[in-house]
Ligand binder design. Structure first.
Ligand code: PMP
Ligand code: GLU
Length: 397
């Protein structure tokens, strides 16, 4: 038989979702695994949102919608972006898709020609490099350092640009490091992109999860020229605990939005109608649940950071936002833990899962092999027990 697509064969499966599946399989076999793997809020979707979905079903809102989402939802997204991010878009510049992941992929399909280079700072969210490959592009990874709080500098960005560079992807606050770029840092990076005529994809899905009173700044809010070359990515998964509803969105210039809409019209037809009604309520209804979830995440972050830094042989920086911590396991490399020689994050995460019964994600998939990532989007009780186990695992011979 003839071979499969070369592009498809070059794509690695999502390591975050793989860990989640393995942990869930172990739990279904009766093992008491604590899951710090895939990042999704443990909170239930707020009742007003669930009720809106039920009402939509009962009202017969069960048919196709326009490919880029209902007019009401696109307007609601534009209003929410204005309020949360201080950036004004016409509803026609908003494209709703079946999750921010699909928004990212569709935007890449709209932007990239074969071989176009896309600059991605590392550590990066696992999907960026693979989605770029899926769209025929070439990821160009730029390493950052713990000493520089994992932020790409304008000089590093400038040095990575070639004649083939088309796009720069920034995720703010960042998965997996949790760091937040300031307005000044974003502007300096945007200036490099403007100088070289490069598009900017700004994934701001964690924009409402920022702690310690720090201020989030949205990339396209920095000025008309920056907005014109930016594709803003956001969605309801994280802010409203709606990961399974699969609603994400992008905001861009109308040319890019139009192309994305055409692509979606031939792939998903439209996002789930019922989920769109739920998302409409999330964006326009009471926002009270957001503050409660934010306060709880901050408490968990504070506890987990302090606890990790009290364990000998591992450490972390304090994240500013999102709900992840990168645990530096550099000192564990060369040891044998749980009967496994530790040569990096892959061994550490696998051994910790199998013998310590704690699921984390190896940093390797994020471009940071000396780390493992944990999420604190789980209950305080689980965080405490999971970190007890991590401490015992690291202390074992
Ligand atoms: N961007 C980042 C940085 C993420 O961590 C996630 C989480 N899966 C997404 C986008 C996609 O979110 P979703 O597809 O659930 O909207
Ligand atoms: N974004 C989450 C994570 O990084 C969910 C899993 C995924 O979509 O990759 O864990």
């Amino acid at each position: 038989m003839k071979g499969l697509s070369n592009i498809a064969l070059s794509v690695r499966a999502s390591t975050t979702l793989a860990v989640d599946s393995l942990a869930k399989q172990m739990i279904s076999e009766g093992r008491d695994v604590i899951g710090f793997g895939a990042g999704e809020p443990d909170f239930d979707t707020p009742d007003n949102i669930k009720d809106a979905a039920v009402a939509a079903i009962n009202a017969g809102e069960t048919k196709y919608t326009p490919s880029a989402g209902t007019v009401a939802l696109r307007r609601a997204v534009a209003n929410r972006l204005a309020e949360d991010c201080g950036v004004i878009y016409e509803p026609g510049c908003i494209v709703v898709a079946g999750g921010a992941k699909l928004s990212i992929y569709t935007a890449l399909m709209a932007l990239l020609n074969p071989g176009d280079e896309v600059i991605i700072p590392s550590p990066y969210w696992v999907t960026y490099t693979e989605a770029v490959r899926m769209a025929g592009g070439a990821p160009v990874v730029v390493d950052t350092s713990r000493g520089g709080r994992f932020k790409i500098t304008p000089e590093q960005l400038d040095a990575a640009v070639t004649v083939r560079t088309k796009l720069f992807i920034i995720n703010n606050p960042t998965n997996p490091t949790g760091i937040l770029y300031s307005g000044g840092e974003l502007r300096a990076l945007a200036d490099v992109c403007a100088r070289h005529d490069i598009y900017i994809m700004s994934d701001e899905i964690y924009c409402n999860l920022v702690y310690g009173g720090k201020k989030f700044v949205s990339m396209p809010s920095l000025g008309e020229d920056i907005k014109e070359r930016s594709i803003l990515i956001n969605g309801v998964s994280k802010t409203y605990a709606m990961t399974g509803w699969r609603i994400g969105y992008s905001a861009s210039n109308s040319g890019i939005a139009g192309v994305m809409g055409s692509y979606l019209s031939h792939s998903t037809s439209s996002p789930s109608t019922i989920s769109q009604f739920a998302a409409l309520e999330a964006l326009t209804g009471s926002q009270d649940s957001r503050a409660a979830m934010l306060a709880e995440f901050e408490k968990r972050r504070d506890y987990a950071v302090e606890r990790i830094n009290s364990i000998e042989g591992i450490s972390c920086i304090e994240p500013d936002g999102a709900f992840y911590i990168m645990i530096d396991i550099g000192e564990q490399i060369g040891r044998t833990l749980g009967g496994r020689f530790i040569s990096g994050g892959d061994d550490f995460a696998l051994s910790l899962l199998k013998s310590g019964l704690v699921a984390t994600v190896s940093g390797a998939g994020f471009g940071a092999p000396g780390y493992v990532r944990m999420t604190y989007a789980v209950s305080m009780e689980k965080i405490t027990r999971g970190l007890d186990r991590l401490e015992a695992f690291v202390a074992s011979k």
